[in-house]
Design a protein around this ligand. Structure first.
Ligand SMILES: [Cu+2]
Length: 197
């Protein structure tokens, strides 16, 4: 997905002098799938199902599939469940094209994760190590798996990646914990399930 180049150049720069002390900025390339590493791609698309019905969408659904308009708050969205293996590292790559800033995220990083962002001069990444301080990071959403203590903040117009090894089969709910509209409470929008098999 295209990323706006203006984000880092705005008044909430992460990659410049205002970067949190705990974060490291480096030149990067996005993770590629290898024989030993699964990669799960999710697109975070604002208003996919009508105003406020933002959604985590499997990229193949985006291609040629019209957004599914929400008619009420009880309708499930598209199937965004993801099946992943256990016992091997699984890398998540979440591309958000939402430009909304809804809150500032403060707290220790729940897991190692990296925020990728395009700038006028190239792509940069901010890496947070588990336990490092995140201070007032402007975000629009999170990718959270509460039962596994995963809570990854997603700033606007970024690609966010982290790697996790599931130790056992099971079904784990993922969701957004940022108040981002009615879709945050509905499977298929900001809720989905990781099926570890
Ligand atoms: Cu959200």
């Amino acid at each position: 997905m295209g990323l706006a180049a203006g984000w880092v150049g705005g008044n909430m720069s992460l990659a410049g002098s205002k970067a949190p002390a705990a974060a490291q900025t480096t030149s990067v390339s996005l993770p590629l799938e290898t024989a030993t590493e699964k990669v799960v791609y999710l697109d975070l698309i604002p208003d996919w199902g009508g105003t406020g019905y933002d959604a985590f969408i499997i990229p193949s659904y985006v291609n040629g599939t019209a957004p599914q308009l929400a008619t009420n708050s009880t309708t499930s969205g598209p199937n965004n469940n993801v099946t992943v293996p256990f016992g091997v590292p699984v890398t998540f790559v979440i591309t958000s094209i939402d430009t909304a800033i809804l809150e500032n995220y403060t707290g220790p990083a729940s897991i190692d994760f990296t925020i990728y962002n395009d700038t006028a001069t190239g792509q940069v990444a901010l890496h947070y190590s588990q336990g490092s301080a995140i201070s007032a990071l402007p975000i629009g959403h999170t990718f959270s798996v509460p039962s596994l203590n995963i809570d990854v903040p997603i700033p606007p117009d970024t690609v966010v990646s982290f790697t996790y090894t599931f130790m056992a089969p099971g079904v784990y709910e993922f969701k957004c914990m940022t108040p981002c509209g009615p879709g945050m409470y509905i499977p298929g929008y900001m809720i989905g399930y990781l099926i570890v098999a």
